[in-house]
Design a binder for this molecule. Structure first.
Ligand code: FE2
Length: 376
């Protein structure tokens, strides 16, 4: 029997938990006001909504930013005595919540908790003059949370409790469209239990697997399995370190995040050359370009592509292909001083995979950065 393509594998997922996409991603950060300025300036996100003391929230301030379908929420605590402060003290700035847009937040909670999920937020209904939002939440790896957000009866900007955030500072966007996938790093021997959790609790399916023989460099290795829901709108690759001569990037992450968590958020564009040019101009730092040999070998490896080679090489954009098409991608350096969370910019041209053909070039580039930090 012929092996299934990634698209065919997705269709084998269970559908007790219909998910329409990523609703938002919430970061816990030391200074949300300044972080919001960074994501506007550097990435071109737009001011959308705000919650804080002025809106009756006493313990935190949250800034909601939007670009395309991507919504980021940046939250800072207002006092030391709070779970948000504890989270930041331990992990530094990072992703707390991967919120999923569902048809029924009450049922999503009931079904996942019944299947073994650890509760985070019991189902609740929030109301204001724009209607109501229902939400609930469960824990996934580490201290990371999946919120289920149901907003079919809501036509406000974001959610009850938030007001419109109007700003005089509105930098143009950079062409970012939607969240393509979010990757989690887990500890030793934790990839398979995490994968099974997504299968059992969320009804997801494993669409791709890479072992340490496929993902390795001279020095370090890792393993990765990609979990997807049935329609492919939500994809969560899970990485685990593997034994190598030196410390892998996953170990470095686990050491500095002080636990499991979100490693990178991949955001999609329809024009990666233009998006990356703009991001670089605005100060976003990317991993170094691979050696010239990478681009000389590219036509053999991926065949004919629509893009000119020169700008790809100049910007260090990576290309990979699978049986359904090709993709272009590029990775930022970590966006905080701890070497933890980073972003991926991705443009898909049919390919449903994640750039396995680039892993070696990519990881060698990451290792050069690790070396500079004294963490290899
Ligand atoms: Fe990725």
């Amino acid at each position: 029997m012929q092996a299934l393509t990634v698209s065919e594998k997705m269709k084998t997922a269970q559908d007790f938990l219909p998910i329409n996409g990523t609703d938002h991603i919430e970061f816990y950060v030391g200074n949300a006001k300044q972080a919001a300025h960074y994501y506007k300036t550097a990435f071109g996100f737009q001011s959308l909504a705000y919650a804080g003391p002025e809106t009756g929230v006493r313990d935190r301030a949250s800034y909601v930013l939007q670009q395309g379908k991507i919504r980021l929420v940046l939250t800072s605590p207002l006092h030391s005595n709070s779970a948000i402060s504890d989270h930041i003290r331990l992990h530094g700035d990072g992703v707390k919540i991967l919120a999923l847009w569902v048809d029924d937040a009450y049922k999503a909670y009931e079904e996942t908790v019944k299947r073994g999920a650890k509760p985070y937020l019991e189902p609740q209904t929030l109301t204001d003059s724009y209607g109501e939002v229902r939400k609930s939440g469960i824990y996934t790896y580490g201290e990371t949370v999946h919120l289920f957000i149901e907003r079919k009866d809501y036509n406000g900007l974001f959610m009850p409790g938030y007001r419109e955030w109007k700003s005089n500072y509105n930098p143009t966007d950079t062409g970012l469209l939607y969240v393509d996938h979010c990757v989690g790093n887990v500890g030793w021997n934790r990839m398979n239990p995490t994968m099974k959790w997504y299968e059992d609790v969320m009804g997801f399916v494993n669409i791709l697997s890479f072992d340490d023989k496929q993902i390795n460099t001279e020095y370090s290795a890792l393993m990765s399995k990609v979990m997807s829901n049935g329609n492919g709108y939500v994809k969560f690759p899970i990485n685990e370190p593997a034994e190598g001569k030196k410390k892998s990037q996953i170990e470095e992450y686990l050491e500095f995040y002080e636990g499991e968590g979100v490693q990178h958020i991949a955001v999609a564009t329809n024009d990666i050359v233009n998006t990356v040019k703009q991001l670089k101009t605005r100060g976003v730092e990317f991993l170094d370009a691979p050696p010239n040999a990478y681009y000389e070998d590219l036509p053999n490896r991926v065949g004919k592509i629509d893009e000119d080679m020169a700008p790809l090489q100049e910007l260090g954009i990576l290309v990979d292909c699978d049986e359904e098409g090709y993709l272009l991608q590029l990775f930022t350096k970590p966006v905080e001083d701890r070497p933890t969370l980073f972003f991926e910019i991705i443009q898909r041209k049919g390919a449903q995979s994640f750039g396995a053909g680039n892993f070696k070039a990519l990881f060698e580039s990451i290792e050069r950065e690790q070396e500079k930090r004294g963490n290899l």
